[in-house]
Design a protein around this ligand. Sequence first.
Ligand code: GLU
Length: 513
Amino acid sequence: MGRTNDQGGFVMSVRVRFAPSPTGLLHIGGARSALFNYLFATGQGGCLILRSEDTDLARSRLEYEESIADALFWLGITWQEGLRVGGESAPYRQSERLDIYRRYLEKLAGLGYVYECFCSEEELEAQRQDLSERGESPRYSGRCASLSEQEKALKRDQGIKPALRFRVRPGAPLLFADAVRGTIGFDRNGIGDFIIMKSDGVPTYNFAVVIDDLEMKVTHVVRGEEHLSNTPCQLLIWEALGFTPPQYAHISLILNSEGKKMSKRDGDTSVAYYRDQGYLPEAVLNFLVLLGWSPTGDQEILTLAELKEQFSLARVSKAPAVFDRDKLDYMNSCYIRSRKGEELAELLLPFVQRAGLFADRTSWAGLESREREWLAVFAEAVKERIKTLGEAGQYIDLFRGAEIRSFEEEAREVLRGANARVVLEAFRRMVEAAPALNQMGELNQMGELDSAAAAAKTMMKQLGKDLGLKGKDVFMPLRAGVTGQMHGPDLDKILALLGKEDILARLEKTLSL
Ligand code: GLU
């Protein structure tokens, strides 16, 4: 695929790939690599390929592959070729590409780059030990590099299945220009012959990845710094096959708040964890992009469209990125606040269901319209106070039911105050008589809860006037008497959402304390 540039020359369109190993959930580091690839490619009309590097047969699982694709999709990262969508380089699972690898292996063997290695794990360990005792870097000694046909036949007769090694020929340093780290050089003489096909016929990562990148016409490899040490082996294979390698860009590690590398093994590094806690995908995406990349202006809250427009590898930093959970929380609360009533309510539904509310409904559409309105007003009432959608669950008891779950000591104190009883009793009479509040709990029309909240506000003001008390001397005992707490979401919204019966039941109990 290609297009012509302004001068009429041929330009390869950008083709990148995200190539996770399906041995666990999609974690933050992987998601960031996927995102950088996605932004880099789609920002310039290129193609992102999603493929599965499942050559570690023992640890790879289809359900991980599915969950990785789901997590990418949830984040809003889409791909043009690969798993689920297909494409001209199918199949996109390494375990289904063994014939392709064998074809290239034969090519390399024909060029004299491949030899059989019969060394056992114990022998290899002993060789490594020996080298390190002599102060040399541990690499394969080359022991099987020149076995005679007779020696090989003998090994085979003993039932030993050989692995296949790539023969590293002496030569000039391997140099490549990394788009993030600049020119990097490796001494090829220090690499040691490495295995490209294991004794069970499965290729190693370093071999399969080159063949896939070659066959899929990948132009840029954007991946984590942990793969930098694999790059020389991959360059050697590119060179042996006689092709130009892609442009590499190795992005920095992500460190946790203690300055240690974030590990896949920590549960809270998976994207699924953040989804389940109630982080919005756009917040996670926005947070991820800032792990190593910086925008051109001061604005850090950026939409996907803005990111596509602004992203470039030139602004990716070499320095390690630090995972700052407070910043993620801050970004998430910004994105939550930017959502309005019903829209936020729909997002909240699974989280309030988890906390027991509307638990038997299958979806948003399955709620009655008055329940949807209830949730929308609830969402507006709590959105300033929550950092995650999950946190909304803890507010439900405040807005629902005849029971006050618990009384704070401070609230008890206020209720012992001089006018508290008078305020609560007067309010009770008002609620019993008020026509607007009579409608609460039996909503038929949209917007009734808003008018109920407005009515509650008017009533509280009237109460102050009637009793000749300052606002605070009315609101404080009311809040304490209806919620058992001294701080929280707007009281008028709490009253509207509770409805007449529950307000009266709560006042009854508080007055009998
Ligand atoms: N399968 C590798 C991983 O999950 C990716 C390797 C690459 O991008 O070259 O880390």
